[in-house]
Each structure stands twice: as structure tokens, then as C-alpha cells.
Write a protein that binds this ligand. Structure first.
Ligand code: BTN
Length: 243
């Protein structure tokens, strides 16, 4: 598609910006050089004050029936993973549901936000927010051990427009697969899933638990064996880490 591109010097959050502005066209793409209040999943923040990073959000408000919103997050994660692996040559993994990791450190995060039509329960807008540590040279001390960038891992710098272009072309293709062939999408996603078969720690009914990550279900949920039973973990409610 052709995008309506906006480039902002600084904004609290490109997702919030799109959410709060009326009259934006379908396929509006907002890039920010810096975000002062970058948002992550589960109410967390996302460090996005380094101008070497790539922070952007895409707005979809038309033809939403082409997509199955249940798989939008999975489509996004796979797209970012594949694009970043291609441009950098690094072998990257996906930490469920949508964090991109390299050797135990986070390289990119995704925040998808949708609005449902109250009366019909159909999707009326989709905002896909992507943050990638591309040329980031350093992180605040508290993130040093858990975050990394393409630059730090490869010693090269990247043209951010080209990285974005690659992510978007994977994304448009994978978004269509959410409806046309979700099984293929899930199969590709599962190939790169972190901790498969390993012990993980997670919150279940607000309590921390341990279990073995057994599988990804056809709905894109996690199947975990814990204390003798099989549990299904849904996105949005829980976070996992290695046990
Ligand atoms: C996460 O780590 O949980 C998700 C991080 C998502 C960050 C991106 S940066 C562009 C867009 N704007 C935001 O405020 N968040 C997303």
C-alpha cells in the first residue's frame, strides 16, 4: 500500500499520538526520532529516547475484515523477527508474545492496540507500534544487562528507513495470513519461539509458578505443564521468563 508518513522529532508515544488524533487516514505511518513516554505491554515503559532507535506506529482503519485480530500480534512479531534477521544476519528469537531477543537480550518490542465497535464487536481500528533498537549505542544502567541493539551486536550501523521498509513488507504479507492461513503463520512463529521445551516462570492467577513450555496452541496461546496439569496462557495477562 502507499503510506501517509509523518516524521515527528519528539512525541510521548507514537501509539498514543495515533490513538488520540481523529481524522487520520488508513495506513498512516508515524515515526518519532525520540519518544519521551514510550509504552510497552502490560503497562510497562519502553526505552525510546535514543535517536538511534526506530520507533513507529501504523494505523489500519479500513479493510479490517481482511485480518483476524487474534493473530495480529503474532504476525507483527514474526515480521519484525524476520526483517531484523535478514538485515543483520543475526539469528533472532521471539519471546512470547512479541519481544524479539538475541542471546538473552531484548532487541525490539511491539505494542498492538485495537478498538472494538461496541455494538457489533468488530474491529474498528488497529494500531501496530514497533520499537527496534537499531543503532542505539548505550542504554540506561538498569537496562544494560537485558537490552541490546543491532549496532551493539554486529558493530555496524543501519539505515533505519530500510529496516522499516523490510518490516513493513513482511508485515503486510503476514497480516493477510492472519485470515488466509493462520496455521502457516503460527508454524513460522513457532520455529523461532524462545524457551520451547524449557522451564519457565510465569504468573498464573496472580501467583508466580513454574512449568515446562510444551507448545503453542492453534490460537497462539502457550501450553504449559505445571504441577501435573496443562495450563493455557493467554497473552496480555502474563509475562514469562526462564525458570
Ligand atoms: C514492549 O516492549 O512491551 C512493547 C514496546 C513497543 C514500543 C513501540 S515504540 C513505537 C510505539 N509507541 C509506543 O509507545 N510503543 C510502541
Amino acid at each position: 500500500p502507499s503510506y501517509h508518513v509523518e516524521v515527528l522529532e519528539e512525541v510521548p508515544s507514537t501509539n498514543t499520538y495515533l490513538k488520540e488524533s481523529d481524522g487520520k487516514k488508513n495506513n498512516t505511518l508515524v515515526f518519532a526520532k525520540k519518544q519521551t513516554k514510550g509504552r510497552g505491554r502490560l503497562g510497562r515503559s519502553f526505552f525510546s529516547e535514543d535517536p538511534g532507535g526506530l520507533y513507529f506506529s501504523l494505523l489500519k482503519i479500513e479493510d479490517l475484515l481482511q485480518y483476524n485480530p487474534a493473530y495480529a500480534t503474532i504476525a507483527c512479531a514474526l515480521s519484525v523477527r524476520d526483517a531484523l534477521s535478514e538485515v543483520s544476519g543475526l539469528s533472532l528469537s521471539i519471546k512470547w508474545v512479541n519481544d524479539i531477543y538475541y542471546e538473552g537480550k531484548k532487541l525490539a518490542g511491539i505494542l498492538t492496540e485495537g478498538t472494538l465497535e461496541m455494538e457489533t464487536g468488530t474491529l474498528s481500528s488497529l494500531i501496530l507500534g514497533i520499537g527496534i533498537n537499531v543503532n542505539t549505542g548505550s542504554f540506561p544502567r538498569e537496562l544494560e544487562d537485558i537490552a541490546t541493539s543491532l549496532f551493539m551486536e554486529t558493530g555496524r550501523t543501519y539505515v533505519r528507513q530500510e529496516v522499516a521498509k523490510s518490516v513493513l513488507s513482511h508485515l503486510e504479507k503476514n497480516l493477510l495470513l492472519t485470515k488466509e492461513n493462520p496455521d502457516a503463520l503460527l508454524a513460522s512463529y513457532k520455529k523461532h519461539l524462545l524457551y520451547l521445551g524449557e522451564e519457565i516462570t510465569f504468573l498464573y492467577e496472580k501467583k508466580p509458578r513454574m512449568g515446562i513450555l510444551k507448545d503453542l496452541t492453534a490460537e497462539g496461546h502457550l501450553l504449559v505443564e505445571s504441577e501435573g496439569s496443562l495450563l493455557t496462557l493467554h497473552s496480555g495477562e502474563i509475562s514469562i521468563r526462564k525458570g
